[in-house]
Each structure stands twice: as structure tokens, then as C-alpha cells.
Design a protein around this ligand. Structure first.
Ligand code: ADP
Ligand code: MG
Length: 223
């Protein structure tokens, strides 16, 4: 099943992004994109994630989760440093492509930002070449990311943000062990942000093993 991004986004809160600790360049970009008001998950989670806390956020598809993790990771990104500083794990190639696109839109104020998508089903070599020339952000599926770490074509020593997007779907697809293995290869001092539509036991296990005092944000059905 593919994730259909709804053309009209979820109810907005009337709360503007201006009140958050975001750079003028990010605020200008959000304005250009027509993001006048935060969605409920953005309003509930951004104050926590921008303060540097680990976070478990429960919200359904189409609620604006990409910006909820994209803005904190872009806020911390140093574009002059050509090293992977943020990594987003997604269940499928389609979702990884959507996340890459949305982060690219949010990051258009940064010249020469390099976002590399790493998914299975295509040859390793072009991905290895992209990584070799330096990437700031990688987005991909757990198996292929694991493959790159094992071959030492992906260096995570400069990583400061790890995102598990659609975590419940990744668990449904049997990715628990891969996610755990990948998380163990990341620097301990980092922020971990987990997004999920539901909260099965596997999520709690991941949180206990790989997150530091995560704060929970849960939105009710109508959001
Ligand atoms: P999710 O990951 O929760 O399914 P997305 O991050 O893909 O949702 O966002 C869904 C759509 O809403 C995207 O097209 C995105 O550009 C748009 N969007 C996100 N946040 C806002 C906002 N604050 N205002 C307007 N549109 C938004
Ligand atoms: Mg999404």
C-alpha cells in the first residue's frame, strides 16, 4: 500500500510557526510554501523536539509529520560540513521518496544541500557514489541502510538526529532487528524522533532500548 499524501492538509491550529525558535530563513521558507499555521502534530511536537528532547509522536497519515521532524533536523544542520548529520528510516521506497521531497522543499533556503535516498531494489553503485561526494541527510529503508553501514559506504559518526518514520509499519514489515542494529551504529549523543500511527508493544521496546527519556505526544482520532 502506498501512502497517498492528501492535497489538502489536516485542520490547522491557527498557531503560527513564528513563536518557535526557528531561523528567519526557515520561517521565510515556510511562508513561501504557504504553511501559514501549524498542524496539530506540529504544534504539539515542535516545542519539544526543537528543545532537543527525544520524542514519540502518534499521528495519522497526512497530518504534517515530515515537517515535524524535518524542521528540528534542519535547524541543527551545518551545511558547510559534508557529513551525514541526520538519517530518516522509512518502511518503503515510496515513503522515503516523499520524505526526501518534502525535506528538500523545507531546505530550499540552504544552498547545495545534499539529501540522498537509500532504498533497496536498485544497484548499490550510484548510491555509493552519492555518499562518497558527501551527503548531509540520508533517507531510506532499514535493509539498504544496514547494507551501506556494513560496507562502510555510510559513515554515521557525525549523525545528530535519527528519525523513525511510520515506525509501526516498519515493525509490521519485520524490520525490528534491522532498526535495532542501525540504531546501535549511531552515535549515542543524538536526538531520536519516532513517528507512528499506532503504539504496538514493539514501539515501546524500541523506545526503551534506543531513546533517552522520550516525551510522548498523542493526537486523538479527529486530528
Ligand atoms: P504525514 O507524513 O503526516 O502523512 P506529510 O508530512 O507528508 O504528512 O504532509 C502532508 C501534506 O501537508 C504535504 O503535502 C505537506 O506539504 C503539507 N503540509 C505539512 N505541514 C503543513 C502546514 N503547516 N501547512 C500547510 N501544509 C502543510
Ligand atoms: Mg509521512
Amino acid at each position: 500500500m502506498t501512502d497517498i499524501t492528501s492535497p489538502s492538509v489536516q485542520p490547522v491550529t491557527g498557531q503560527s510557526f513564528d513563536q518557535l525558535p526557528l531561523s528567519p530563513a526557515i520561517l521565510a521558507t515556510l511562508k513561501q510554501l504557504g504553511y501559514d499555521s501549524m498542524t496539530p502534530i506540529q504544534a504539539a511536537s515542535l516545542p519539544i523536539s526543537l528543545a532537543g528532547h527525544d520524542l514519540i509522536a502518534q499521528a495519522k497519515t497526512g497530518s504534517g509529520k515530515t515537517a515535524a521532524f524535518g524542521l528540528p533536523l534542519l535547524t541543527r544542520l551545518n551545511p558547510r560540513r559534508f557529513a551525514v548529520q541526520a538519517m530518516v528510516l522509512c518502511p518503503t521506497r515510496e515513503l522515503a521518496d516523499q520524505v526526501s521531497q518534502e525535506i528538500r522543499r523545507l531546505a530550499r533556503f540552504i544552498d547545495n544541500i545534499k539529501i540522498v535516498t537509500l532504498c533497496g531494489g536498485t544497484t548499490m553503485r550510484p548510491q555509493m557514489a552519492s555518499l562518497e561526494h558527501g551527503a548531509h541527510i540520508v533517507v531510506g529503508t532499514p535493509g539498504r541502510i544496514m547494507d551501506h553501514i556494513e560496507r562502510e559506504t555510510l559513515d554515521l559518526s557525525a549523525l545528530n538526529t535519527l528519525v523513525l518514520d511510520e515506525a509501526d509499519r516498519m515493525l509490521d514489515m519485520g524490520f525490528y532487528d534491522q532498526i535495532a542494529w542501525v540504531a546501535k551504529q549511531c552515535p549515542r549523543k543524538r536526538q531520536t524522533l519516532l513517528f507512528s500511527a499506532t503504539y504496538p508493544e514493539g514501539i515501546a521496546r524500541l523506545a526503551r532500548q534506543f531513546m533517552q527519556q522520550p516525551q510522548d505526544v498523542k493526537l486523538t482520532e479527529q486530528h
